[in-house]
Design a protein around this ligand. Structure first.
Ligand code: 5AD
Ligand code: SF4
Length: 480
């Protein structure tokens, strides 16, 4: 039996794609190993969002030259965004790579690898295969849909991180074309999956024991699917208490998906990421408020607190509009936790513009912020239009300063939980830094990490109540 090893970097899209790749390969008769030294196939699922992510993959592939010399019949595959972006360049830089396969071709991964292995095993040399045609997505939307249909629901339980949490893709690609971003180029145009397929997949996962689902999409709140109202009752695979929740027109929106999936028995928690700040409709906010099994957690990246920078980034909102949205969220859902992403040192960002970002972080009181230094991506609008003119040390300083401000807010917000009881889904073990003792950790509905002492790991996968007795910026501590 051939053995494969897979390494994944990047976002939750990649995490899910890797789960699907693992399922596809095991179904094709390959066995997964956790040490590449024992593998016949090594796959890198890659990310292109920043240069740093790519550099790490290129050096990891470089180190595999030796492995390939010892195992000439082995297969090295590069999948994911970097495969789509660099295509044949990967082979020129690393001729020992056998397969480059983009995100829209994932359904072809197992058969291609199997073919390469079989051909090599009889001593016939192979040419590197490059399967990256985004054209397939553009011309033939059914190719994407087909790859969804064959692929997403076909996931094996063992390929997931654990039995009780699962990612469900509700859309593919992005149409926003923010000037700094490579995603629309490598993941193709925005396409929403049919709600019937999504809900069937969710139900199938819940039947397998999943308690928490995360709907994922690059701009998840843009989810839209045309479906005549009459079909909703006949085709949606769950009994609906109140079909009236579905929008008045024939468009199924994210809020509708939330209402419908919230009725699935046994599904205790539903999350969704990532939101774009435009299109956070009242329907969505009230779904989050009204549905007890929808997490009160909203990740809505703002990227910058300066209108001028937002304009250069081609984000489609102003700082005032974002603040209005934040006000409305806290009004509608008082216990909501909002998180954001920021890019510091974007082309031409002045000190004053950066100060506006710091100001916005203080205003919004995010539960957490992810801060990134701008990294120029080839063939993006910002690379074409503007100079990457903020020097590295300024980027670093702004990055650290923003994180420091955010950390203060994190601690303030977390301290408010001391003395309160929270419900968490226990999701794993963690080691206490001080004494090395193993503790358990989980997350609240508002996505806060909670750590507590426990004698054994039987609680993993369960919802339990914890009383919080201490807080650090990124963790709550408590006991049962
Ligand atoms: N440089 C730095 N950060 C980026 N992001 C996207 N593109 C870039 C880039 N070129 C960040 C954005 C996005 C997150 C996933 O990655 O903040 O929300
Ligand atoms: Fe990239 Fe903007 Fe699309 Fe997000 S919304 S994936 S940042 S282009």
């Amino acid at each position: 039996m051939y053995k494969f090893f897979i390494e994944t970097v990047g976002c939750q899209m990649n995490q899910l794609d890797s789960e699907l790749a693992v399922s596809g390969l095991t179904r094709a008769g390959l066995e997964r190993v956790m040490d590449y030294a024992f593998a016949d196939v090594i796959i890198f699922n890659t990310c292109s969002i920043r240069q740093h992510a790519e550099d790490k993959v290129y050096s990891a592939i470089g180190r595999l030259k030796q492995w390939k010399l010892q195992k000439p019949f082995g297969v090295i595959g590069v999948i994911g965004c970097m495969a789509q972006k660099d295509q044949g360049k990967i082979i020129s830089r690393a001729p020992h790579v056998d397969l480059v396969l983009g995100p829209g071709q994932l359904d072809l991964l197992a058969e291609t690898i199997y073919r390469l292995l079989e051909t090599k095993s009889v001593g016939v040399s192979t040419q590197p295969e490059i399967l990256v045609s985004l054209q397939r997505l553009k011309d033939d939307h059914s190719a994407v849909k087909e790859s969804f249909r064959l692929f997403d629901p076909a996931r094996k339980v063992e390929s997931r991180k654990n039995r009780f949490q699962a990612l469900v893709r509700i859309m593919f690609g992005c149409n926003k074309f923010c000037t700094y971003c490579i995603v629309p180029k490598v993941r193709g145009p925005e396409q929403s999956r049919s709600p019937v397929e999504i809900l069937n997949e969710v139900r199938q996962l819940v039947d397998q024991g999943v308690k928490e689902i995360t709907f994922i999409g690059q701009t998840v709140n843009s989810y839209k699917y045309f479906m005549p109202r009459g079909n909703i009752v006949t085709k949606i695979p769950i009994p609906l208490k109140d079909v009236g929740v579905v929008g008045g027109d024939d468009i199924i929106r994210l809020s509708d998906l939330l209402y419908m999936s919230s009725e699935i028995n046994g599904l205790r928690r539903i999350k969704f990421v990532t939101n774009y700040p435009v299109g956070m409709g009242d329907d969505l906010l009230s779904a989050v408020r009204n549905l007890p099994n929808v997490s009160k957690y909203l990740h809505i990246p703002v990227q910058s607190g300066s209108d001028a920078v937002l304009k250069r980034m081609k984000r489609q909102y102003s700082v005032a509009e974002y603040k209005e949205l934040i006000d409305k969220i806290y009004e509608t859902i008082p216990d909501a936790a909002v998180t954001s992403d920021f890019i510091v040192g974007f082309c031409g960002e002045t000190e004053d513009e950066f100060r506006e970002t710091v100001e916005l972080v203080r205003y919004c009181r995010f539960k957490n912020s992810f801060v990134f230094k701008y990294s120029e991506r080839p063939d993006t609008r910002s690379a074409e239009l503007y100079a990457d003119d903020v020097d590295e040390s300024t980027k670093k300083r702004r990055n650290n300063e923003l994180l420091d401000v955010q950390e203060e807010i994190c601690l303030e917000l977390n301290r408010k939980f001391i003395g309160r009881k929270v419900e968490i889904l226990v999701d794993g073990e963690t080691k206490n830094y001080d004494d090395g003792k193993v503790q358990l950790s989980g997350r609240t509905s508002c996505d806060r990490i909670v750590v507590f002492d426990a004698d054994n790991s039987d609680l993993i996968g369960q919802f339990i109540e914890i009383e919080i007795n201490n807080a650090s910026p990124f963790t709550l501590f408590g006991c049962r």
